[in-house]
Design a protein around this ligand. Structure first.
Ligand code: GLN
Length: 277
């Protein structure tokens, strides 16, 4: 099959994502023909089977997307067609249904993940950091637990709350947040059966302060009250990470995600060929 993966190229680290996609596809066991494209227009978006929204500045990306007439098509892509979409850092913010600490006057979101994110959770640019992450979802049965992944956090958000899933309704809660507009109806022509289980899975946490101290000092501290920050989530075909895998040279998450994309695209095309009853 031909599979086209787009990277939203309005602002931010889109070039770096394209480089890692190319690196990942070299080791992907796939007979499909992969194409990676930059997306700046609705026409380019319409050619995509899957999309990455890079890190950068969520307010800037949203602004340019709105000016380019891309906001609604992006919402359709993620929330109606449920095509595989991955957001990193600013991309995660845009894919959240709800966000805290937004720009004065609010900011537009795309939505798709039933979560509320807290922007700039760790502080300003100077409080940016790198830390090894344990990403169990990268484990492959043959070679045991995966080596730690270098998590690059730059003015990063975290998922501070998982919201109850309400298909087709905006998530409102008691905090001062902006909320992504929603789409009330599913596209009848799309097979979304692969994406039926819509609960939010937490795929990675950054160890909390107590756990980090335990690691550093060897002294066991009760970590329950300090369970850590959620830094990777997946809900159906929508995936988000607080950190920037594209700013490393480690293609493992890209490789994992391309496998998810391949499975989703094959499933969809298989379903499309089933006779209609
Ligand atoms: N803090 C940025 C925002 O709100 C995200 C930073 C990043 O993508 N590195 O959009």
């Amino acid at each position: 099959m031909e599979i086209t993966v787009g990277v939203l190229a309005l602002q931010g680290a889109f070039y770096e994502h394209l480089q890692l996609l190319k690196k990942a596809v070299e080791v992907l066991d796939s007979s499909d023909q992969w194409q990676f494209i930059q997306v700046r227009t609705t026409e380019e978006l319409s050619r995509c089977d899957a999309l990455i929204i890079p890190g950068g500045e969520s307010t800037a990306i949203a602004l340019v997307a709105a000016r380019s007439g891309l906001l609604e098509p992006l919402r359709d892509f993620v929330k109606v067609h449920r095509k595989p979409t991955w957001g990193t850092c600013a991309g995660l913010i845009l894919l959240a249904e709800s966000a805290n600490r937004t720009k004065q006057g609010g900011q537009e979101l795309i939505g798709g993940l039933d979560v509320r994110v807290n922007r700039n959770h760790f502080g300003r640019q100077t409080e940016s950091f790198q830390t090894p992450l344990t990403l169990d979802f990268l484990a492959d049965d043959a070679s045991g637990p995966p080596a730690p992944f270098n998590g690059v956090f730059i003015r990063a958000p975290v998922v501070e709350k998982i919201l109850p899933h309400q298909a087709g309704k905006s998530q409102r809660d008691d905090c001062e947040t902006v909320v992504a507009p929603s789409h009330p109806v599913q596209d009848q022509n799309q097979d979304t059966s692969a994406d039926k289980d819509r609960s939010v899975e937490v795929l990675a946490k950054l160890p909390g302060r107590a756990a980090r101290l335990t690691e550093q000092t060897g002294v066991t501290i009760d970590t329950e009250k300090d369970a850590g920050d959620i830094v990777a989530v997946k809900q159906g075909n929508v995936f988000g990470t607080s950190f920037h895998p594209e700013l490393t040279d480690d293609p493992r998450i890209h490789l994992w995600w391309l496998r998810q994309v391949r499975d989703a695209v094959h499933k969809r095309s298989g379903a499309a060929q089933l006779p209609v009853r």
